[in-house]
Design a protein around this ligand. Structure first.
Ligand code: ADP
Length: 432
């Protein structure tokens, strides 16, 4: 072989080898690139098994790195999930609170309101979130307390009135909010609506004042009459004059105390379970007890049970008192010659028993009608006193009926007559 030929052959061989090596390298590169792309897609698609398999093709070290990455991602996602869950739990708790909760940030912008807060202030969350407190809720008391908490880090408590959207009496507690690192980041207010509580306190105070006044009147009369009697000495005429009114006043006192006790009992929710009882005998018994009064007042009673025998779950003595008080009133406020109709019905559709006491007596003026169930409310005080009334009869009726999950209503026209209608749920069949 000639030297020249030999050289060109070698050159070709070297060139070939280079060519093959370059082609192999290029091939290897595109395949690794494809793996990388697959790896990235598997990671994005959260296919952890594929990520681990593909990563192993790049060697031990890289596989370990990818596995660590997968573990870290899992932990971060679990933590985020846990945080969302915790926040949702907290929001559920705050939403079910009766008290309003509001949170503002450091610039007094509203950041959170629970359902009670939206209800109390008559707001929609989308209208106020991020808004300035005083612009969203025009209450200077609340705004001042929140700003003091933001400015000085002061907690405060105060009772104040909200004027919008309705007049409310509220108890306000405000406290600054601190971040985990101890920086002051905002303030939180808890607003308790005391309106109903204050109303009940007022009702109770009025009741005590009324009851004391009602009790004081006969006591003062008895005392004055007794002193006059004492001063009259042996005067027999004085005894005849002063003893009967003393007895009348003592009886009034005794009726008042007994009605007050009945009312207290009726106001207490029943403790023992009710037994199913038939209503008809109770109404009949109340009528019998009032026959004399009806005769004395020359008022006739028409009793019209429709043959049904409604049973209700209840307290027999209390239910008889309902019938008694309504009939007693009808007889008291119906002039001689008048008539009282008593009806007892069972309505299967509404599953209720209805007791109706209707008279053609003096009636109740429209303005007084909504108030007759209030304690001590009387349309004509003098007439009620003359009839031996205490002003508590209808309040007792209402409480007893409501304790039996029932409902009482009144219809009346002054000068024409009055109808009281009591509805009580029938006892469940099979329980009698
Ligand atoms: P009272 O002891 O005064 O009767 P109630 O609570 O039973 O007290 O009744 C309250 C008031 O309602 C009575 O004072 C009377 O003015 C009015 N009232 C009740 N029942 C009747 C009725 N049937 N007809 C007219 N007025 C009635």
């Amino acid at each position: 072989m000639r030297l020249g030929n030999m050289n060109s052959w070698l050159g070709w061989a070297v060139a070939m080898v280079f060519g093959v090596l370059l082609a192999a390298a290029a091939l290897g590169k595109t395949r690794r690139d494809r793996w990388r792309a697959d790896l990235a897609s598997a990671y994005a698609a959260r296919n952890d098994a594929a990520v681990a398999a593909l990563a192993s093709r790049f060697g031990r070290e890289e596989e370990r790195l990818w596995r660590r990455l997968l573990t870290a991602r899992g932990a971060t996602e679990e933590a985020a999930l846990e945080e969302t869950r915790a926040r949702r739990d907290l929001e559920d708790v705050l939403a079910s609170l009766q008290d309003a909760v509001l949170v503002v940030d450091g610039e007094a912008r509203l950041r959170f309101l629970n359902t009670a807060a939206l209800r109390l202030f008559g707001l929609r969350i989308e209208d106020v979130l991020g808004a300035n407190l005083i612009e969203a809720l025009p209450s200077f008391g609340l705004d001042n307390a929140m700003r003091a908490a933001l400015r000085d880090g002061q907690s405060s408590e105060d009772e104040l009135q909200l004027y919008s959207p309705r007049l409310r009496q509220v108890f306000l507690r405000v406290a600054p909010v601190f971040s985990g690192a101890g920086a002051r980041t905002g303030a939180v207010a808890i607003v308790q609506d005391l309106t109903e509580l204050r109303r009940l306190e007022r009702v109770r105070r009025d009741f005590v004042a009324n009851a004391s006044h009602e009790l004081r009147t006969p006591i003062a009369t008895i005392r004055a009459l007794a002193e006059t009697l004492e001063a009259a000495g042996q005067d027999e005429g004085a005894q005849e004059r002063f003893l009967p009114p003393i007895i009348t006043e003592a009886e009034r006192l005794s009726r008042l105390v007994s009605d007050l006790l009945d009312l207290a009992r009726a106001e207490d929710a029943p403790t023992s379970p009710f037994a199913p009882i038939p209503l008809r005998p109770l109404v009949a018994s109340a009528i019998e007890r009032l026959r004399d009064k009806a005769a004395r007042n020359s008022v006739s009673i028409e009793w019209m049970p429709d043959g049904a025998e409604p049973h209700v779950e209840g307290d027999a003595a209390a239910l008889e008192q309902v019938a008694f008080n309504l009939l007693d009133n009808a007889l008291s406020y119906t002039p001689p010659g008048g008539r009282v109709n008593i009806a007892l019905r069972e309505d299967g559709a509404s599953e209720a028993a209805t007791l109706e006491v209707a008279d053609n007596g003096i009636g109740i003026p429209e303005d007084d009608l909504p108030r007759v169930f209030e304690r001590f409310y009387r349309v004509d005080k003098a007439r009620s006193r003359a009839e031996g009334g205490t002003g508590l009869g209808l309040a007792i009726v209402k409480h007893i009926v409501e304790n039996h999950r029932g409902h009482v209503e009144v219809e009346s026209r002054a000068g024409e007559g009055t109808t009281f209608r009591v509805q009580l749920p029938l006892a469940q069949r099979g329980s009698s």
